[in-house]
Ligand binder design. Structure first.
Ligand code: CP3
Length: 354
């Protein structure tokens, strides 16, 4: 195994010194790139793209061909796990993800089983090893999964939701049923992420997109507790290298101390938090990833540069910061503005790394 040519991202996650602040972007491969839309059209639809390792490799590399990003992220989706549990994932045009068989009956919940990632999610493992080969050690590859609670939201609602009424009804009326789903999900996610690590993922991230809709007490009991179990079960080393992990709860700014206490290496921040204050709160324990508002990318390059400078300045000197957006890149983002962002992070961050 040859050494990584650019290990800035992995070093920053472990709070080791780097020459500059590394940057990658959530949803860096996606519909804002014309070449992505072309490959997706060749695949037929989004899910066929995810399930085809050749095409998934192609789109993973597309943003790296355009921008000098410091990490690649596996092209896939968090909902492949409930799909592998038999819920029947599909994407209807303009309506986002949907399940043919959402969890509506108690017997279906009791029947849920942990899928074997090496068989039921073989196409993801094949994509991971193929992407690693194609990357040729230029930058590290990030693997990912949804959090047990975020997956449960889609499994119970059957798709996206405004208010998560059904999930919350179950949480308060039948908490033992929701705990059962979360327990299965936590075991599934642990096995899935460890399989990605064994296939070649060099860091892993847990996306808790909907944990932030919960009350303080419910967040700890129904989301964070299961994330903590996953973190405790993750492989921390593979092929002689450390495999750091990142936990991202959107809307989790109130709970940074609890998130940092899960034992994760890094905490993802959405754009509502001041990264300087976040560093004061948890920076001695974990690295921080974030946290530019994705909407800044609709403004002119000079504005993008000013906003990047503000975040770098607020984080301040030293390692432990991975620059990113506070959530996924928006569909109509001009690709040139992404160039301006990446360039600004690389140019302006050197002075914070003596
Ligand atoms: O970051 C990356 O570049 C890696 C790829 C990635 C995708 N989804 C690709 C995708 C990752 C990490 C995800 C995670 C994901 N998927 C999350 C958690 C992160 C977040 O955004 O909060 C969630 C909640 C999902 C579920 C999901 N998949 C949604 C809500 C949607 C959007 C539906 C829509 O039409 O806007 C998807 C589809 C999806 N996942 C797309 C991409 C590039 C767009 C699909 C397309 O090409 O039509």
């Amino acid at each position: 195994m040859t050494a990584l040519k650019n290990d800035t991202f992995l070093r920053a996650l472990q709070r080791q010194p780097t020459a500059y602040t590394p940057v990658w972007l959530m949803r860096q491969a996606g519909r804002y790139l014309p070449e992505y839309n072309q490959t997706r059209a060749r695949a037929g639809d989004f899910l066929s793209l995810c399930k085809n390792p050749d095409l998934a490799t192609e789109v993973t590399l597309q943003p790296l061909a355009r921008f000098p990003l410091d990490a690649a992220i596996l092209f896939s989706d968090i909902l492949t796990v409930p799909d592998a549990m038999g819920l029947g994932l599909y994407f209807s045009q303009g309506e986002g993800p949907k399940f043919e068989r959402p969890l509506r009956e108690e017997w279906a919940i009791r029947d849920l089983a942990v899928p074997d990632p090496e068989t039921h999610l073989r196409y993801v493992m094949d994509a991971v090893s193929q992407i690693r080969r194609a990357l040729d050690n230029q930058v590290p590859l990030i693997g990912f999964s949804g959090s047990p609670f975020t997956l449960a939201c889609y499994m119970i609602e059957g798709g996206s939701s405004q208010d998560f009424a059904q999930v919350k009804a179950m949480l308060y009326q039948r908490p033992e049923l929701l705990h059962h789903i979360l327990d299965v999900n936590a075991r599934a996610v642990t096995a899935y992420l460890n399989a990605q690590i064994e296939s070649g993922a060099q860091a892993v991230m847990i996306f808790d997109t909907w944990g932030g809709v919960l009350s303080h007490a419910a967040y700890h009991e129904f989301s964070l507790r299961y994330i903590e179990r996953i973190v405790a079960g993750l492989k921390r080393e593979h092929a002689g290298a450390a495999v750091p992990n990142i936990v991202f709860t959107k809307g989790g700014g109130h709970w940074l101390e609890s998130i940092a206490a899960t034992g994760c290496d890094a905490v993802g921040l959405d754009w509502t938090v001041d990264i300087g204050l976040a560093r004061e709160r948890v920076g001695a324990k974990v690295a921080l990833q974030g946290n530019l508002d994705p909407a800044v990318l609709f403004a002119a390059p000079e504005v993008i540069r000013t906003e990047v400078a503000r975040i770098l300045e607020r984080f301040g000197p030293g390692s432990g910061h991975v620059f990113n957006l506070g959530h996924g890149i928006a569909q109509h983002t001009p690709p040139d503005h992404v160039s301006a962002l990446v360039e600004a992070v690389h140019q302006l961050s050197g002075k914070y790394h003596a």
